[in-house]
Design a protein around this ligand. Structure first.
Ligand SMILES: CC(C)(COP(=O)(O)OP(=O)(O)OC[C@H]1O[C@@H](n2cnc3c(N)ncnc32)[C@H](O)[C@@H]1OP(=O)(O)O)[C@@H](O)C(=O)NCCC(=O)NCCS
Length: 149
């Protein structure tokens, strides 16, 4: 089931972060986003086990994917696709036109995932994650996929 996260489930999100994202986000960073009315923070949960999550910040007509991750035990089963699809429906409902993200240039799995979801690369941010660790900037147009980019 995909639904908004509850604050009691943050520990599971942090565990997934540590396993597959390795960000420097602490509990309080995620905690803040739960109560941020401009954030969309969804989890995939089954029998009280959080299997994946997505966190998106809405900035008017734009939005940015801050985090998306699936627990290693559940990857490649369409879970992130469902989280992403539900998020896109919400974003379209509130009139967001463009969805942006940064992804490590070396993260081929995530880049493939985003390409499959219709993102295009718009640039590279050099040394974004540290020396010689560059970020690919990607963008997807949401406002009706029939309009060409
Ligand atoms: C990227 C990630 C969220 C995908 O989650 P997932 O639940 O496994 O994704 P899905 O099963 O919905 O995959 C959808 C598509 O993404 C692509 N994809 C997913 N994992 C992939 C992999 N390991 N290698 C290549 N392509 C992959 C495939 O095109 C896949 O479609 P297919 O199953 O028809 O081949 C997951 O690999 C993850 O948590 N990675 C670590 C965290 C991360 O890097 N997040 C992004 C930070 S910017």
């Amino acid at each position: 089931m995909i639904r908004e996260i509850d604050v009691n489930e943050l520990d599971q999100v942090l565990k997934i972060d540590r396993l597959v994202l390795g960000t420097n986000w602490e509990d309080h960073h995620y905690h803040t986003e739960i109560f941020n009315e401009d954030s969309i923070f969804l989890i995939d949960v089954c029998s009280n086990v959080v299997r994946g999550f997505i966190l998106i910040l809405v900035l008017g007509l734009d939005a940015e994917i801050l985090q998306i991750a699936t627990h290693p035990d559940y990857q490649k089963k369409g879970l992130a696709s469902r989280l992403f699809g539900t998020s896109v429906e919400i974003l379209q409902d509130v009139g967001v036109e463009y969805l942006f993200l940064e992804v490590r240039e070396s993260n081929s799995c995530a880049i493939e995932f985003y390409r499959k979801k219709g993102f295009i690369q718009t640039g590279v941010r050099k040394n974004y994650y540290g020396l010689n660790r560059h970020a690919n900037l990607m963008r997807k147009r949401l406002s009706y996929d029939c309009i060409s980019d």
